[in-house]
Design a protein around this ligand. Structure first.
Ligand code: F6P
Length: 470
């Protein structure tokens, strides 16, 4: 039972083995969502902080041995279930589920409990309620600890649908951080039905349930249990989004919200939505400066770059043939405009914010020339590529900041967008959607002649890659 499981780990802390829940990617080229399967059992070596455990893992696993408690399950019996982890698909086919928008200051703590029994969600089941409150408190503790280490905005993702639970959270946050409740209300039966079906198909909660109809009945019952105890948010600071999912009208109610950051959160929420649509990111075709190894500039395409432009047009035509409202975004530099040239049938929008990082006094030089003629500059950039600002030019942090309006506009779009831009800019955009840590941004691989398709939607963000030239 779930209560036993959590108590076992949290209070007595005397478990000796555990199984790890690992997200598995599809090996095929198809988009799929990570869903946990359990591997193990593995010996517990130590408790790390309040909510994590260090396990003894075989060296060949090459994964960090400390796991949050929500990824662990009590091992039953002594038989190894799945002693080896599945191999990861090739880099090009990797599919990632995103849970957090870090580095833009937003962090979500997921509260889903795998393999949980239905009665745990009943309002009249005190043990189930206690277990859920216990886990909520742990997650909240975790988030407050993260914020005290410098996190700016954390998203505590749970139902929090009773005022008792919300009061508990407010009490825990007292004197430590400000709380804003977000309530999403949807009165459209079709959307609710669609979301329930997606939940059964893709949530880790139902990963072990092969029978769709059984999962569906289970989830409906879970909803009924929530409905019985639900109390609308009326306390503290809150933002309520009412029927905003469809994108046709809707309402946003804001209570007791003031200040820069809360204001930006409202702005973000007004513009964001979950309508499934792809965003296609690609660098321009190879430019003449790329061939010469020169950075920056505004050169035209090489012959190879021209070939890519044609292949890209073909690809976009096929991929977006039923997407009349799609659009093509480029920078104002001719290598991206020329790359978009052969694409017909879609509006093209030029954004200065999509221009390549400004290399200032180094514009037009090769990396070797910078190293030889400006060794201190070269060294400073090598040491801290994220913060280094070219003299009279930009840093990666500058690029990230100037991309904010582009990101808001991409979040707002309900139709597909093809973004043709440059290496540094696409690293920053990709990191936002793929939830890559800030410090990694300048080092993300962003090869020429490759399309990264990011699928936005109800189930998070997933990606596919297409290499058109080999
Ligand atoms: O080399 C192509 C390019 O787009 C340059 O114009 C730009 O300065 C560079 O890539 C950015 O990559 P990095 O930050 O790795 O130098």
């Amino acid at each position: 039972m779930v209560v036993d499981r959590w108590r076992h780990y949290l209070e007595r802390g005397n478990a000796s083995t555990a199984e790890i829940g690992v997200g598995i990617c599809s090996e095929s080229n198809e988009v799929s969502k990570l869903s946990p399967r359990y591997y193990g059992p593995f010996t517990i070596l130590a408790k790390v902080g309040k909510v994590a455990y260090r396990l003894q893992l075989p060296e060949e696993f090459q994964i960090h041995p400390v796991f949050h408690i929500s990824l662990l399950k009590r091992a039953v019996g002594n038989e190894p279930m799945n002693p080896t982890l599945p191999s990861l698909p090739e880099e090009g086919n990797r599919v990632e589920e995103l849970e957090a928008i870090l580095d833009r200051g937003l962090c979500m703590i997921s509260m889903s409990l795998p393999d949980i029994e239905l009665h745990t969600f009943r309002g009249d089941n005190p043990e189930g309620m206690e277990a859920r409150n216990e886990v909520a408190a742990l997650a909240m503790d975790d988030m407050i600890a993260w914020m005290q280490e410098g996190g700016q905005v954390g998203i505590f993702d749970a139902t929090n649908s009773t005022s008792k639970r919300r009061n508990m959270l407010m009490k825990m946050a007292e004197g430590k951080c400000k709380i804003i409740f977000l309530e999403t209300i949807c009165n459209d039966e079709r959307i609710i039905e669609r979301n329930i079906r997606l939940k059964i198909q893709q949530s880790p909660d139902y990963a072990e349930e092969p029978d769709f109809e059984a999962g569906y009945r289970d989830f409906k019952k879970r909803l009924e249990n929530y409905e019985k105890v639900y109390e609308p948010v009326e306390e503290g600071s809150y933002i309520k989004m009412i029927d905003m999912v469809s994108g046709q009208g809707g309402q946003i109610q804001v209570n007791n919200i003031s200040g820069y950051l809360p204001g930006r959160i409202v702005f973000f929420l007004v513009n964001t939505h979950l309508t499934p649509r792809p965003i296609l990111l690609t660098r321009h075709g190879e430019s003449r400066d790329n061939v010469r190894g020169r950075i920056g500039g505004d050169s035209s395409l090489s012959d190879t770059g021209e070939t890519y432009a044609k292949k890209l047009a073909n690809f976009v035509e096929k991929r977006l043939k039923n997407e009349r409202a799609a659009s093509i975004w480029t920078s104002t530099l001719q290598r991206t405009i020329l790359t978009a040239n052969s694409i017909v049938g879609f509006p093209k929008i030029q954004w200065r914010a999509l221009d390549e990082i400004n290399a200032g006094v180094c514009d037009g030089m090769t990396y070797e020339e910078i190293k030889k003629n400006m060794p201190e500059e070269y060294e400073s950039r090598r040491k801290d590529k994220l913060r280094y600002r070219y003299p009279r030019g930009e840093s990666y942090l500058d690029v990230i900041q100037r991309l904010e309006p582009v990101i808001i506009e991409l979040e707002r779009q309900r139709a597909p967008v093809v973004v043709i831009s440059h290496q540094a800019v696409l690293r920053a955009l990709y990191a936002y959607f793929a939830d890559r840590p800030l410090k990694e941004v300048p080092h993300i691989e962003m090869p020429l002649h490759t399309i990264i398709e990011i699928q936005m939607g109800v189930t998070g963000v997933q990606e596919k890659r297409y290499k058109l030239m080999d």
